[in-house]
Design a protein around this ligand. Structure first.
Ligand code: ACO
Length: 330
């Protein structure tokens, strides 16, 4: 039994936050943000929308495109660093409830921006066990709920959104997900961290006053490790599978910074037109960024059945990973 990547869907909230808007909030400029990150605007969810609401909308599209119904989904996994609730219930359980999915395993994973690649890796193994047929994976983020809009080092980067996919069983090896590599190194944990509201620094007045509930990032240090790690990781997965960069049809990197994507793309000599770039319109949506970018390319007709996709991500933890996937949808 093999695991195949059957479908993709995404949801983008209506609200926008432009660089011009941010100029009025912190000491920054459209020119600085554009030049250093490539971001022009990000989407922001409504106050009454939680991560699961965004995830459900993406999931409905992925389920429909896979040609199945919700009651054929036999597992739901969500990657998020902005869950509906800090401890429980899980965002995956909320997504299941809203989709009417009952009596199947539903759980969240925490791998920051590498979340979607971790999801593919986990779903692949469960499908290959032979016990599951259709696994719904969702990357859903309401990052605006954990961003400090007085910190210019982070608030210019992040946006909200969700992406989802169905990983299904197949006996056709030509449709199989080829390989997934995912890793972590907690020694870098402090460089990209939400210090508060967990068991280390619980929700207490003094911690909230110090804004520990918001993301903090040593941007420049993260940048350097990200470029090096992502480049090496992509080279490794291609080499391990005896695939050359020019055999890849679509390169879908995590959308963190235009300059990071360009550094990896140029090192591998990927053509610009084969590379996903959604950073300008969505910013960094963490675990949702890869499926959102994939969905846009799919809807533009740039991803077709049988295409070889290379995914690549890096995020808090640090975590990183890459995947070589044949698109098995229609
Ligand atoms: N507007 C204007 N100036 C700014 C801003 C801003 N928004 N932010 C920082 N600056 C200033 C700094 O204060 C500094 O000023 P100084 O030279 O007077 O000290 C100067 O600009 C340069 O700052 P750097 O931090 O060195 O800028 P850099 O070019 O590294 O860009 C950025 C910052 C965009 C954050 C970049 O480092 C980056 O993209 N880092 C990686 C992010 C990433 O990949 N994260 C991982 C995934 S996210 C996740 O897992 C949740």
């Amino acid at each position: 039994m093999y695991a195949s990547f059957k479908s993709i869907g995404s949801y983008v909230p209506q609200g926008t936050l432009t660089n011009k808007d941010l100029e009025k909030m912190v000491d920054t400029s459209d020119e600085w943000i554009t030049k250093r990150t490539g971001i022009k605007e990000r989407r922001i969810a409504r106050d009454d929308e939680a991560a699961s609401d965004l995830g459900v909308k993406a999931a409905k599209i992925a389920i429909k495109r896979a040609g199945i119904t919700s009651n054929q989904v036999d597992m739901v996994i969500c990657a998020t660093l902005s869950p509906d609730y800090l401890t429980m219930p899980s965002t995956a359980a909320m997504i299941s409830k809203k989709l009417g999915i009952k009596n199947v395993m539903a759980f969240d994973i925490s791998a920051a921006c590498t979340g979607f690649i971790y999801l593919v890796s986990i779903a692949k193994v469960f499908i290959e066990s032979g016990n599951f047929k259709n696994i719904l994976i969702v990357g859903a983020e309401k990052l605006s709920s954990i961003v400090d809009y007085t910190d210019r080092g982070t608030c210019i980067l992040f946006g909200d959104g969700a992406g989802a996919a169905i990983i299904s069983s197949t006996d056709n090896i030509d449709e199989a997900i080829i390989d997934v590599h995912a890793s972590a190194d907690g020694n870098f944990g402090d460089l990209l961290i939400t210090p508060g509201c967990g068991s280390k620094n619980p929700i207490r007045e003094e911690n909230v006053k110090e804004k520990l509930q918001y993301m903090k990032m040593a941007g420049n240090e993260v940048f350097k490790v990200a470029v090096k790690t992502l480049t090496n990781d992509v080279i490794d997965i291609l080499k391990k599978n005896n695939i050359s960069a020019n055999e890849v049809d679509i390169f879908i990197p995590h959308q963190a910074n235009y300059r990071i994507i360009e550094a990896v793309r140029m090192k591998l000599n990927f053509p610009l037109e084969k590379t996903a770039f959604t950073i300008a319109k969505y910013g960094n949506t963490s675990s949702a960024s890869i499926p959102m970018a994939m969905n846009d390319m799919y809807e533009e007709g740039k991803i077709k059945k049988g295409d070889l996709m290379l995914l690549d991500a890096f995020g808090g933890g640090f975590t990183w990973g890459s995947a070589l996937i044949k698109f098995a949808g229609n």
